[in-house]
Design a protein around this ligand. Structure first.
Ligand code: ADP
Length: 622
């Protein structure tokens, strides 16, 4: 008697799967979850094919086959079919779990297959899924629909995982896995509805497993997956290290600035108390060393902030001559101390109103001019500010600083903008510097869409040229640059007035900081209340009206920003209009904007100078 079904395709599937398995056992040494799932899937598909062939015999010779064998064949067909698709869904998930180290959570994914196994087992005692009569006739049991529901569930689960993670999965992987779903489902449908006498579905599964093998499971591809995994790990580690670095730097800023605030503040009090010449000299040295230590900390912080991408350019309306005046005041005395001529030229036609980041432009000019002064022993510094028109709305601002200094060797020029690199380190060790200024300058210039260029002749001097595009807000010419307003910025404020009628609150958890502020403001005779924490500050602020508050940021329990938030929650409180000044050791570039955004009226950094404190009082207490 002939078989009812044509099993040619099953035999072909058997061959294909057997070859794949042999290949896998020879090639594979991997213990990755995805490889295990793939191997499991292949074995299961092989068993399914064997069961399929066996069921063809059972159906054809039902009455001659013992009942238990008949039942076993049917059960193994249904069982291996469901397990194959279950393993395929695990294969789909395992890649994501492996690469991203996270599990795809579909908590119930094992429950249906266990439940199904239980029904299959019960089927041996009482018909649930199918029934086989003594004559070998097959009929459906009461819950036969589970035979379809379970595989369909795992197909859907696999497709949902593929869809959710479509961006994380390589395209090749997605396509190969989708091919498995499409081929195995379509061959099953063809077998059921078009060619019922041909057993096609196992062949479809075998072909799609072969496609996945070629696309995803070759040793080369496995190596690629391993490399990708290592890359992901390395990337995560690098990110973690970067976060740790930024946090460390932010903390370091605060921790170092706090004691410097004490040192410089107390020193300023000594300087103000008419000390003897010896002590005056020591105090001046403390001042100079403290300031250069601060400059170094500031540079390191700026750089870390720029490199971690936390710097944003904040364009505002500004006038170039005002910036130049500011910078000129700072540089003039340094140049004068070294007997260098400082020649300034500013094109009087530069538009008076520009839109750009005033603070960064000032920083760029200051860095270039400070370097020119530092690296020039005699001669002059030419500071030229000019522009090139771009169109009606934009200009290219050109800033150049030319010196007659030591110059830079050709081979060193490419290294100038590398962080912590200094040209001729040994020869220049007596010149103060960290090798960060130009790196920061270049990054800032590039953030603003500009360029920086260096020309230098060793022993003769250098020219640094910066070009930055800026928007025009008012095209009227800014006129001649007048540098007549030079006042020594180190000088004490001339505007000390009697402020005994006013009371301010100083909030800081470090006692010495409060002492410093008291000392620096002594001559104003202003009344000062102090609080050592945010909580204590709120007690004061809810009880008394103050003319101004200096509030520290980092304090235990409740920090300055939280304190301000709490204060603002009370509508129409006593101090609703009181200027609240952030006075903090957090001097990271961009901090000012953050504090102003948080609702502070103004921002001062520690170590604070008497002059800035008094200027602030004068500005906000009329
Ligand atoms: P720093 O001055 O703190 O060392 P910078 O990043 O500002 O760091 O400069 C890097 C290096 O470039 C300096 O160490 C110096 O060798 C060189 N350099 C910068 N400006 C000049 C200049 N105007 N003349 C000569 N050399 C300069």
């Amino acid at each position: 008697m002939e078989l009812v079904y044509n099993i040619d395709y099953d035999i072909a599937a058997l061959l294909v799967l057997a070859i794949i398995l042999i290949y896998l056992f020879i090639q594979y040494s991997s213990t990755l979850e995805s490889n295990r799932c793939f191997r499991g899937l292949t074995i299961c598909a092989l068993l399914l094919t064997v069961s399929d062939i066996a069921s063809a015999f059972v159906i054809s010779y039902g009455s001659q086959i013992p009942l238990i064998v008949n039942k076993l064949v049917n059960a193994s067909y249904y069982g291996t079919e469901a397990i194959s698709i279950f393993l395929f869904s695990n294969y789909v998930k395992s890649y994501y779990n492996h690469i991203y180290g996270k599990a795809v959570h579909f908590l119930t994914n094992r429950v249906p297959i266990i439940f199904y196994a239980v029904i299959l087992l019960i089927n041996f005692f009482t018909p649930t899924l199918f029934e086989v009569s003594d004559q070998g006739a097959f009929s459906h049991g009461p819950v036969h629909f589970f035979v379809y529901v379970i595989p369909i569930y795992y197909y859907i689960l696999s497709m949902v995982v593929m869809f959710i993670h479509r961006k994380e999965y390589p395209f090749k992987r997605l396509i190969s896995m989708m091919t498995f779903v499409i081929i195995s489902i379509s061959t099953m449908l063809i077998q059921t509805f078009v060619l019922p006498e041909y057993l096609l579905s196992c062949f479809g599964a075998a072909v799609s497993i072969l496609i996945m093998l070629i696309a995803l499971e070759t040793p080369d591809y496995q190596k690629l997956v391993k490399t990708m995994e290592q890359l992901k790990k390395a990337e995560a580690e690098a990110q973690a290290a970067n976060v740790a670095k930024s946090t460390f730097l932010a903390n370091m800023s605060h921790e170092i600035r706090t004691p410097i605030n004490g040192v410089l503040g107390m020193n300023e009090i000594i300087l103000k108390s008419n000390p003897s010449p010896d002590i005056l000299e020591c105090a001046n040295n403390i001042e100079a060393s403290g300031r250069s230590l601060l400059a170094i900390i500031n540079d390191i912080l700026d750089l870390s902030k720029i490199e971690s991408g936390k710097i944003e350019i904040s364009p505002i309306r500004y006038s170039i001559t005002i910036i130049m005046n500011n910078v000129y005041q700072m540089i003039f005395f340094r140049a004068q101390n070294k007997h260098l001529a400082l020649n300034v030229h500013c094109n009087k036609d530069i538009p008076i109103g520009l839109l750009g980041d005033e603070i960064r432009i000032r920083q760029i000019m200051t860095n270039l001019l400070t370097n020119a002064v530092k690296y020039t022993m005699e001669g002059s510094i030419d500071w030229n500010v000019d522009y090139e028109p771009i169109d009606d709305e934009n200009i290219m601002l050109c800033i150049s600083v030319k010196d007659t200094g030591i110059g830079i060797k050709k081979e060193d020029i490419s290294e100038l903008f590398v962080a912590f690199k200094r040209a001729e380190e040994q020869a220049h060790r007596t010149i103060e510097g960290t090798g960060l200024g130009l790196r920061i300058t270049k990054q800032l210039v590039e953030l603003m869409g500009g360029t920086i260029n260096v020309e230098s002749e060793y022993g003769k001097g250098s020219v640094f040229t910066v070009k930055i595009p800026q928007k025009i807000l008012n095209a009227a010419p800014s006129g001649e640059f007048k540098s007549l307003t030079v006042t020594h910025i180190e000088e004490d404020s001339k505007d000390v007035r009697d402020m005994s009628a006013y009371t301010i609150l100083v909030v800081d958890d470090v006692l010495v900081n409060i002492k410093v502020i008291r000392g620096l403001l002594r001559e104003t005779k202003i009344n000062i209340d102090s609080a050592g924490s945010g909580r204590e500050a709120l007690d004061y602020l809810f009880k008394n009206k103050y003319d101004l508050v200096f509030l520290d940021h980092l304090m235990p329990e409740m920090d300055g920003v939280e304190t301000l938030k709490e204060l603002k929650k009370v509508e129409n409180g006593l101090n609703k209009d009181t200027p609240i000044i952030m006075l903090t050791a957090n001097a990271i570039l961009g901090a000012r904007e953050e504090y102003l955004e948080a609702g502070f009226t103004d921002y001062l950094t520690k170590p604070v100078r008497g002059k800035s404190l008094i200027d602030t009082l004068n500005k906000y207490i009329q």
